[in-house]
Design a protein around this ligand. Structure first.
Ligand code: PHE
Length: 442
């Protein structure tokens, strides 16, 4: 282990494995299991998936590298890092607004993320007690509606999930987030592979393969591209300075491009796997692929109803684990900032912020439609906007020597800088403008 770089954060990831698990843990979450399948389903399936993969490669991955690079250079919370760089390099101090947008997006994401996590939480006892036995599509749909309609219960699960976040984040990065991720993520992966095997054997694999791998390009329009872009950013956890915050705890030994590549490929792999687990069931049982946010919660119980109860119970537990390691990363942005900038200790900061977020989350418990709106604003608008800003910041404001010191000299650096400087600002702004216009305009 290398000694912490002087100044800034004193806490650092304890090991490469720990960092990878935390970083993969942030990326792999409800975005893969819950948001990816229904977004793909709503946006034409395989054509969407192709655009999605392109968005990951061209936009998501370079922004991920930029966030790690800038974060490690700064060794502070994202806002403090931006301030440090603009001061040292004599650049406009207004760049901190990027940090503000990121922090706002993270907390907005977190506020509804914990409610979806509460749905998952609620499904665990349901699964273990065999409630799904004999479920067809209709019964499963009714069960989902009843579950989320049970407001007090969902609120209590939301509060419990949030309390666990407070507990772990208050313990710090190495002692809390890293330790939790090291246990939860490997457990998650083992179970997921088991689920895929089952889905392929029991569902309509042929229809799924067709849906996933025979792209119908006529379905691609700017709304689909915008949805794919937002999903790519949401799933990778980029655009809101979360990864910049995690980057601050990196030691110099970590190879940023290699780790970013690993995180992005694992994340994409899990999203595709989730598609493979869910779409066979959708087609096999005649469910509606464009069912929206309920898709995950309606399809999975149908399968679990035909299996020993513990299988579904374990699955939802693991989905909760994945959600948890993502939620803590969103929460860390705010707590880290309070710690650096306001001198508020982690414990106090986590509790205070937790209370505020619980109040906000209460609104979604009572009006589920707000979740769609919050998810669109934060995921499809703020994250890509954050991506544009991070691209310009890392490409034009941060001197090349710093980026070279973080990413290494050579062709890769040139390619990443080219994407950050030109492709990302122009490409994403264009998609944002045309996508929003075609969604709401005329
Ligand atoms: N990537 C997480 C998921 O897929 C959600 C997330 C978004 C986490 C943005 C951090 C930042 O569930």
């Amino acid at each position: 282990m290398t000694a912490p770089i002087s100044g800034g954060k004193s806490d650092h990831w304890g090991s490469r494995f720990g960092f990878i698990m935390a970083a993969v843990g942030s990326s792999v979450g409800l975005g893969n299991l819950w948001r990816f399948p229904y977004t793909a389903g709503e946006n034409g399936g395989s054509a969407f998936i192709l655009v999605y993969i392109l968005a990951i490669l061209l936009f998501g991955l370079p922004v991920l590298m930029a966030e790690y690079a800038v974060g490690r250079h700064g060794q502070r919370s994202s806002i403090a890092t931006i301030r440090k760089i603009t001061t040292e390099e004599k650049k406009p101090g207004a760049w901190v607004i990027m940090g503000w947008i990121g922090a706002f997006a993270s907390l907005l994401l977190f506020s509804f993320y914990i409610v979806i996590s509460a749905w998952v939480f609620d499904f665990i006892p349901q699964a273990f007690t065999g409630k799904f036995v004999g479920f067809d599509a209709v019964a499963s749909n009714a069960n989902f509606e009843t579950t989320i309609g049970n407001r007090l219960e969902i609120w209590l699960y939301t509060a419990a999930f949030l309390a666990l976040n407070v507990l772990v984040v208050a313990r710090g990065v190495r002692g809390g987030i890293e330790r939790a991720s090291e246990i939860l993520m490997p457990a998650f992966f083992i179970m997921l592979l088991g689920m895929v095997g089952f889905g392929l054997f029991t569902g309509d694999a042929a229809a799924t393969a067709k849906f996933l791998f025979q792209p119908d390009f006529s379905k691609i329009n700017f709304q689909v591209v915008l949805a794919a872009l937002g999903q790519a950013f949401f799933s990778l956890s980029v655009g809101s300075c979360v990864m910049m915050t995690y980057g601050a705890y990196l030691t110099r030994k970590t190879n940023i491009p290699a780790n970013a590549g690993l995180v992005a490929s694992t994340d994409t792999f899990v999203a595709l796997i989730a598609g493979f687990a869910i779409f066979p069931i959708v087609f096999g049982f005649g469910l509606n692929q464009a069912a929206g946010p309920g898709l995950f919660f309606v399809t999975m119980p149908v399968v679990f109803g035909q299996l020993p109860a513990f299988v579904g119970g374990i699955f939802f537990t693991l989905a909760l684990f994945a959600a948890f390691t993502s939620a803590v990363s969103l929460f860390e942005v705010g707590v880290s900032w309070l710690e650096d900038q306001r001198g508020i200790g982690r414990v106090k900061g986590a509790i205070g912020l937790g209370v505020v977020l619980l109040l906000i989350a209460t609104a979604y418990v009572f009006d589920g439609a707000l979740i769609d709106t919050a998810s669109f604003i934060s995921g499809d608008l703020l994250l890509p906007l954050g991506g544009v800003l991070i691209g310009i910041f890392a490409g034009w404001v941060v001197p090349k020597r710093i980026m070279a010191a973080e990413l290494g000299e050579g062709l890769l650096l040139e390619v990443v800088l080219f994407l950050l400087r030109f492709v990302i600002p122009i490409g994403i702004s264009g998609i944002l403008i045309v996508g929003v216009y075609s969604k709401f305009g005329a």
